[in-house]
Structures are given as C-alpha cells and as structure tokens.
Design a protein around this ligand. Structure first.
Ligand code: GUN
Length: 295
C-alpha cells in the first residue's frame, strides 16, 4: 500500500493559525509585538528565496521584521557590528543570519556574536548545550519541525529505532540529540550515519523512523528502507529548471520508489520546509515573551 503523505504544508498551516492568534493576544494584552531581524550576506538564489519566505510569514502572522541584505564582499567586522546593534535593539527579539555565509567570513565567530537570548536559530553554543542537557530555550528550527511532524502525525517515537543520515550542526546532530532525550515525543534509540559510515544500508534498513539530511539527491533508494518505515526527507536539491525558469526540487530520498514501501513519508517540497519556517516564528514569539518575562 502506498505511504501516507505527511503534509508539512498542512501541519504548518495549523500551527501558524494558533501562532497568529497568540501574537494578536500578545499585542492586545501586553502591547508586545515580536520582532525578527533577518540578515543575508551575498546573493545566493536559494538563500534569497528562504529569507523572502521568512519575511512573508512574519508579515502574515503579525511579527515585526527587519531585513538586511548585505553585499557578498561585506567585511566580517561590518556584519559583527550589525549584530551588535541588533543585540541592543529592543524591537528585535530574534536575529537570523542566513547560512551559509561567504567563505571570507568566520561563521563560528558570527554565530557566537548573537545574544543567546535572541538566537532563534538555536545555533549559539549556549543553546546547543541547553538542548543537549534537555533544557532548551530554543530548539533549532528544522529539527523542531521534524519532531513536530512526527508527533502531529501520530508516529510513535518512544522506543523506536531512529536512524539519522547526516551529521550537520543544523539538522543531523540536533535531531539525534532531541529524539534521544528522556521526554515525551522522544525516548528513541538513535543511530547517526555519515559519509564515513561503512555500510549505510545496514543501518537505514533497521530504521522505524528514517531521517535523511544527506544533501544528495535520491541518496536513499527503496532497497535501503524497511517495509513500513516512516521516512522524513530533509533534502532540498535543485535538479533543474522548468521552461518558465522555476527551480525543480527533489529530496534526498527516491520518493516515488520509497513511497511504495514506507508507511509514511514527507514530500519535497511541502514536507519539512514549511515546518522550518513555522518553528522560526514560534521561536521568535518565545524570544519576545522571554524578553518581557511572560514565557
Ligand atoms: N541555512 C540552511 N538552514 C538554515 C537555518 O535553519 N537557519 C539559518 N540561519 N540558515 C540556514
């Protein structure tokens, strides 16, 4: 039987509805408008699309936003000075610096410069550490979106064999950490595979829940998936353009073949992507509430 399609678009829409209401209440009861600053350095086409989507979602939900588009040759010191200003700006509760940054900029230095209280990406080492010990203020957006997709689709995580493909700081490491916590919506046995894993298929075939953030189109084929597994595809690969110039996207999973074997699967687009943006909005609202002591 073909898999249930887990619609990130639909689940994200429901969460945004609730958030919109909460944001309206914050304004009415506390005169509080959550504020997000987005910073993009350079003109990477995909990053421009992502930042544009974040801005649009802010506006749809009633979040105040400021967008900074800096040229690709911006000096690191200039970017750090902007972050310093945003750290001190009381209208701004969350700061998002879109990654990747140009090569001449030290990404670690930039992420360390963001006030952890405004780090709505959850990338600052203080927030990474808090996540690891199970006391997070801000969960990183893509892993949080994945966890919510699983919970809201009724997938049993407790005791499940979860296999994560990819060990990035943005997705692989944090989702692995989150799902092994002794908490509801977690409590899984987690394996992390990566480019030096000896026999990838040996691991992926054991997975009840397979989370793929490999960064390679169709890296996971049907023979690598157990019958009845739940498959979460984090990949967004641009594999061509339509005659109208629109990007053709594909995930890290061979969707058409794997959907015949899996119990449930996320599509690309319309799976994890919309959840990531929604979790950013959620973190921005939380940052605003924390700033005034009502979280
Ligand atoms: N680039 C890819 N994913 C992300 C993300 O979650 N946050 C930021 N800031 N940049 C990214």
């Amino acid at each position: 039987m073909p898999a249930q399609i887990i619609s990130g678009t639909e689940i994200a829409r429901q969460i945004r509805e609730e958030l919109k209401q909460e944001i309206a209440e914050l304004k009415e009861k506390h005169n509080l408008i959550p504020g997000l600053a987005t910073v993009l350095v350079g003109d990477d086409a995909a990053s421009q699309v992502y930042v544009g989507q974040k801005e649009k979602t802010c506006s749809a939900l009633g979040i105040y936003s400021q967008r900074y588009d800096l040229p690709g040759d911006t000096a690191e010191e200039e970017l750090l000075a902007l972050i310093d200003r945003l750290n001190k700006d009381s209208k701004i509760h969350g700061i998002l610096v879109q990654l990747p940054l140009p090569k001449h900029i030290n990404e670690t230095r930039v992420l360390y410069a963001i006030d952890p209280r405004k780090d709505v990406d959850g990338f600052h080492p203080v927030n990474v550490g808090k996540l690891m010990i199970g006391e997070p203020d801000y969960l990183p957006c893509t892993p949080h979106g994945i966890q919510q997709l699983l919970i809201k689709s009724g997938v049993k995580i407790e005791g499940a064999e979860v296999v994560v493909v990819g060990r990035s700081n943005i997705v692989g490491k944090p989702i692995a950490n989150m799902l092994l916590q002794k908490k509801q919506g977690a409590n899984a046995t987690v394996t992390v595979c990566h480019t030096r894993t000896r026999d990838m298929a040996f691991h992926t075939r054991r997975a009840d829940i397979l989370i793929v953030a490999a960064g390679r189109p169709k890296a996971i084929t049907a023979d690598m998936v157990k019958e009845g597994a739940v498959v979460i595809d984090v990949g967004v690969n641009r594999i061509g353009k339509t005659p109208e110039g629109k990007a053709i996207l594909c995930g890290d999973v061979d969707f058409d073949a794997v959907k015949e074997k899996a119990k449930a699967i996320t599509p690309v687009p319309g799976g994890v992507g919309p959840m990531t943006i929604t979790m950013l909005m959620l973190n921005t609202v939380k940052a605003a509430k924390l700033a005034v002591g009502i979280a």
